[in-house]
Design a protein around this ligand. Structure first.
Ligand code: SAH
Ligand code: DHB
Ligand code: MG
Length: 231
């Protein structure tokens, strides 16, 4: 088997963009709150690495379908995915989202409040390794749904810490596990790819979860999600 050699940017196939646009037009339609969040993120010069509209909707539907009431997110950025998760839990649910950069958290707070889900979202500012340890210490869990989307170097650590914050049946979703195919390269020296591979290896070998991963293409390029159910 050939293995992709790097996570170097390569052009996103215009067909992938067109199809994502078609899906948004056909399935989702206009969403002023999410459009506003993206515009505010751009104004604040946050990196445009939010999940796509279609991906965000998928996360919200997964939350709804699993009946999750308590959601934990690692990596808030401007709150685009947080808004999707918060819609999914409904008015009596809650989301705790972890963000290292105070500036990102500030933009996210405003976007989340503008989307009318502010009352169900708590943003914890700090390094997520510390925040997850603190949440476990506080007995803040268990969470029904976990979305990991921050520094890829720590994804295996976040998975390990999630074991103390979830219950049998909890769903864990990990973003960006394919990295333009680099995840499958055993010779990589890229730290984020090494972190991703460590997370995939954790998911494949830890007996506390059942896991799979699926590649995706679209506005985010060639990437993918892993998902795991806690046994
Ligand atoms: N989930 C967001 C995108 C997150 S981007 C969305 O789809 O809308 C990744 C975020 O993780 C960035 O805002 C970055 O500042 C944050 N991050 C990076 N390292 C972190 C850490 N150690 N702890 C918490 N957040 C971190
Ligand atoms: C990056 C991070 C993400 O979470 C993502 O979905 C896309 C890109 C990045 O750090 O480049
Ligand atoms: Mg991501």
């Amino acid at each position: 088997m050939s293995t992709p050699k790097s996570a170097e940017p390569r052009p996103i196939d215009p067909d992938w963009l067109a199809v994502d646009q078609y899906l948004v037009d056909t399935l989702l339609g206009a969403d002023p709150a999410l459009d506003h969040a993206l515009a505010a993120n751009a104004d604040a010069e946050l990196p445009p690495i939010d999940v796509s509209r279609a991906q965000g909707e998928m996360l919200g539907l997964l939350v709804r379908a699993t009946g999750a009431r308590r959601v934990l997110e690692v990596g808030t950025l401007g709150g685009f995915s947080t808004i999707c998760l918060a819609r999914g839990v409904g008015a009596d649910g809650s989301v705790i989202t972890c963000e290292y950069e105070p500036r990102h958290a500030e933009v996210a707070r405003s976007n989340i409040d503008s989307a009318d889900v502010g009352d169900r979202v708590e943003i914890r500012v700090g390094a997520a390794l510390d925040t997850l340890a603190a949440l476990a210490e506080e007995n803040a869990g268990p969470f029904d749904f976990v979305f990991l989307d921050a520094d890829k170097e720590n994804n295996a650590n976040y998975l390990e810490l999630s074991m103390a914050l979830t219950h049998p049946g909890s769903l864990i979703v990990v973003d960006n596990v394919i990295r333009r195919g680099a995840a499958a390269n055993p010779d990589t020296d890229d730290e984020r790819t090494l972190g991703t591979r460590a997370a995939l290896e954790w998911l494949g070998s830890d007996e506390r979860v059942d896991a799979t991963a699926v590649q995706t293409v679209g506005t985010k390029g060639w990437d993918g999600f892993a998902m795991a159910v806690v046994r």
